[in-house]
Design a protein around this ligand. Structure first.
Ligand code: MN
Length: 450
């Protein structure tokens, strides 16, 4: 059965950086990942002996587009958008099974102690130790449809966490409806599972879609779930660790600040409280961490599914979109789109659609098909040579936006569309080289191991 371990075992050795001596979890793993990023290296970290804890920690799993593609069952990042579309049209409901490794060890009630889990302190400004890699599983109080999402959890005591919930997420809507009935919202927090479950938890889908069905579609087999011991929620049988508990209604406590994906520490919080009733885990679990903030893994996990979703919606309307990239430099606020233009005005049309499909976007750039949107330098070159600011851009002021953007004002921001496509009747020629010369050069580079 697919699990986090089976996925890790498939990775080539040179993609895993194993730390075999004791490692301090406060700040160091985050620093290591960010320093490796500066050197364009994105290995999975496998920390065998976190100081003071008795289980290994894995981090940076989602930092490569190739691994994200692999999670979706394809070998190349260029196939990811298509793989995502296939999964979304083959939703595969889970199956409930009577037992699973995630319940090999069970602690309930007074025995619960979440502080023994190897929960890192990530950034200096963070209010404490945070679980950023927990998938919160809950059910719609009216329909029973399941929901998976990521919400940050601050360790407060052995059975209590501060939580900040995305106030536009489905879980927030579930909580409001539970609150109206005066009932706490039952939630299971899954820490460590096959990464397909993580990718599914980041999907942008309607409230009627259970993200477990997406995980099953990505895995091409129904995900096996077990019933929790103390709440009416199901969790992956092959998960590593699960916290069973409740988000309290009408209870608010300070939470944060926390380092968010924008690269800034934020105190914005819904100030909710999650109380743990039971912890279930494997006998020898792996604690999966996600390096938060403006890290490649945090941004890639957050945007891969969204990028694929937006791309396919665009394709339904725009005649020929080629590729869409949310560059890391734009956190979640910038998008680069290439199109094969057949009529003037198509680029602007596509840009307006992008802004309509994704309220987080502030800057969208359209380029021609010869520009690689994954190569930021090429996109900027297209702006330098095919764009004039007086005729080729538009600004839409005061649109609903993501409030974590520290430059936004009162929940609105401006949208900037840049059309860096060349006019159809352009008679300017790019410099080129004969293919034979390029092949010869490539062969020489390989020979000399350059
Ligand atoms: Mn949902």
């Amino acid at each position: 059965m697919p699990s986090l371990s089976t996925f890790l075992q498939q990775l080539p050795d040179d993609e895993v950086l194993r730390l075999t001596t004791p490692v301090d979890l406060d700040h160091f793993p985050t620093a290591l990942v960010l320093e490796l990023e500066k050197r364009k290296q994105f290995p999975v970290l496998y920390i065998e002996m976190p100081s003071g804890f008795d289980m290994p920690v894995v981090a940076n799993l989602f930092a490569s587009r190739r691994r994200i593609a692999q999670i979706a069952g394809v070998s190349s990042p260029t196939e990811f958008h298509a793989a995502w579309l296939r999964a979304m049209s083959n939703l595969t409901p889970p199956e409930i099974t009577s037992s699973g490794p995630v319940q090999e060890v069970v602690t309930i009630g007074d025995e619960v102690d979440a502080s023994v889990l190897p929960i890192s302190r990530h950034f200096q400004q963070d209010a404490g130790r945070y679980i950023g890699s927990g998938i919160l599983v809950c059910k719609d109080p009216d329909t029973g449809v399941g929901n998976l999402s990521f919400q940050r959890l601050q360790l407060k005591s052995k059975n209590r966490f501060g939580a900040s919930l995305h106030s536009r997420g489905h879980i927030w809507d579930h909580l409001l409806r539970s609150e109206a009935r005066g009932k706490n919202l039952e939630v299971a927090v899954v820490i460590g599972a096959h990464p397909a479950v993580y990718l599914a938890a980041g999907a942008k889908v309607a409230m009627e879609v259970d993200e477990y069905d997406i995980a099953g579609a990505l895995l091409k087999r129904p995900l096996e779930l077990v019933k929790c011991k103390t709440i009416d929620v199901e969790v992956p049988a092959e998960a590593e660790i699960v916290l069973e508990g409740e988000i309290l209604v009408n209870t608010h406590e300070d939470e944060g600040p926390y380092g968010e994906y924008t690269g800034y520490s934020t105190s914005r919080s819904t100030k909710n409280v999650f109380v743990v009733k039971a912890i279930t885990r494997r006998a020898n679990p792996i604690y999966l961490d996600i390096i938060p903030g403006y890290s490649t893994e945090h941004l890639l996990l957050g945007r891969s599914a969204k990028e694929a979703h937006v791309y396919h919606r665009l394709k339904e309307v725009v005649p020929s979109p080629i590729a869409l990239n949310y560059p890391k430099s734009g956190t979640h606020f910038h998008a680069y789109l290439s199109i094969k233009k057949t009529d003037e005005g198509q680029a602007r049309h596509a840009l307006m659609l992008l802004f309509g499909l994704d309220p987080y976007l502030k800057l969208a750039v359209a380029v021609d098909e010869d520009i690689d949107v994954y190569n930021e330098e090429e996109v900027l070159w297209a702006i330098a040579t095919r764009f004039q600011a007086d005729t080729d851009m538009f600004v839409v002021p005061k649109v609903f936006c993501n409030q974590l953007d520290p430059s936004s004002v009162d929940g609105v921001s401006a949208k900037l569309g840049i059309d860096a496509t060349a006019p159809l009747d352009w008679d300017v020629e790019r410099t080129t080289l004969p293919p034979e010369a390029i092949e010869m050069a490539q062969r020489l580079i390989v020979q000399h191991k350059l």
